[in-house]
Design a protein. Structure first.
Length: 274
C-alpha cells in the first residue's frame, strides 16, 4: 500500500487531466480566498499603515542587508521551527501537522501531474512520502484536537464540540484521514474505496474553498507579522511599546513591601479542575 501511487488506479476511472484540473482549481481557490481574506480583514492595509507609523518613530534605519538577515531569522525560527511556541507539546504538534501537510500536498501534485498513469513508473519515494505526510498530519492534528486545544484541556469542553474556528483543523484532518482510508481500501480492492474517495475529495474541496472563513490563510500572514515585529525591534520603534531597560527592572526594588519573586502562580499545577 505505502509504495503504490494511489492515483494510478484512480486514472482508470477519472482521466488524469480531470485530476490535474481539480488541483489547479484548488490552488486558485486558495489564492482567491487568501486575497479576499486580505481585503476583508484589511490585513495588507494594516501592515502598510503599521510600517509607516514605525518609520516615524524609528530611532535608526534598517538597511537591506540587515532586513535580509531578519528575514532569514524569521524563516528559521517562526516558520521552519515554530520557535514562538513556548509549550513544547504544542510546538511538536504544530511541526508534525505543518510538515505533514506540506509533504502530502507536494507529493500529491507531483504524482498527479508527473506520474498519473502506469505508463510512467512512479519513483517509490513519492507514494511513501505521500503516506508519511498524511500520517504526520494526522498525528499532529489529532494530538492537538484531543489533548492540546485550550477549550478542551483547560475549559473542560467536550472534544466533539464544533465551532467555526474549528473549520480548518477538522477539514484538514478529515482530508488526510480519508486519503489514507481510500489508499488502504483501494489496495485491498474493496468497493468501499469509492466512498472513501468521495469523502476525501469532499473534505479537500471544503478545506481549500473555505479560506475566507477558516484559519488557512494565517499561514501566509504569520511570517509577515513575525518579520515586521523583528524589524520594529531592530529600528527602535518597538510598535510604540516602551523599552525595557535595566532602570525599569531596578525600579521594582522600590516596591519594598512587594516580593520580587511572586512564585509559580498559574504554573503551579496543570489546569485540570473539572
Amino acid at each position: 500500500m505505502i509504495t503504490i501511487n494511489p492515483f494510478i488506479e484512480l486514472s482508470a476511472l477519472i482521466p488524469p487531466i480531470a485530476m490535474q484540473v481539480y488541483i489547479i482549481a484548488m490552488f486558485l481557490l486558495v489564492l482567491g480566498g487568501t486575497l479576499l481574506d486580505t481585503y476583508h480583514k484589511k490585513s495588507a492595509k494594516y501592515f502598510f499603515e503599521n510600517s509607516k507609523k514605525a518609520k516615524k518613530v524609528a530611532t535608526r534605519q534598517v538597511g537591506g542587508g540587515e532586513k535580509a538577515s531578519i528575514a532569514i531569522k524569521t524563516a528559521t525560527n517562526e516558520v521552519l521551527t515554530s520557535a514562538e511556541f513556548s509549550n513544547p507539546k504544542r510546538r511538536i504538534s504544530h511541526l508534525f501537522t505543518m510538515y505533514g501537510f506540506i509533504t502530502f500536498v507536494v507529493t500529491t501534485a507531483l504524482m498527479v501531474f508527473n506520474y498519473p498513469t502506469a505508463e510512467i513508473a512512479t519513483p517509490v519515494i513519492l507514494p511513501i512520502l505521500w503516506h508519511i505526510g498524511a500520517l504526520m498530519l494526522c498525528f499532529g492534528g489529532y494530538w492537538f484536537w484531543f489533548f492540546i486545544r485550550v477549550d478542551v484541556s483547560a475549559e473542560a469542553n467536550p472534544w466533539y464540540r464544533l465551532v467555526r474556528a474549528d473549520m480548518f483543523i477538522v477539514s484538514l484532518l478529515t482530508t488526510a484521514t480519508f486519503a489514507l482510508i481510500w489508499s488502504l481500501l483501494q489496495s485491498i480492492g474493496t468497493g468501499w474505496s469509492m466512498l472513501a474517495l468521495v469523502l476525501f475529495i469532499s473534505s479537500s474541496t471544503f478545506l481549500f474553498s473555505t479560506i475566507l472563513w477558516s484559519k488557512f490563510s494565517h499561514m501566509f500572514f504569520k511570517p509577515a507579522a513575525a518579520f515586521q515585529k523583528r524589524v520594529t525591534k531592530a529600528d527602535g520603534s518597538r510598535e510604540n511599546l516602551p523599552e525595557i531597560t535595566d532602570k525599569t527592572r531596578d525600579s521594582l526594588i522600590e516596591l519594598k513591601d512587594a516580593p520580587l519573586d511572586m512564585g509559580l502562580g498559574i504554573k503551579r499545577e496543570a489546569p485540570h479542575h473539572y
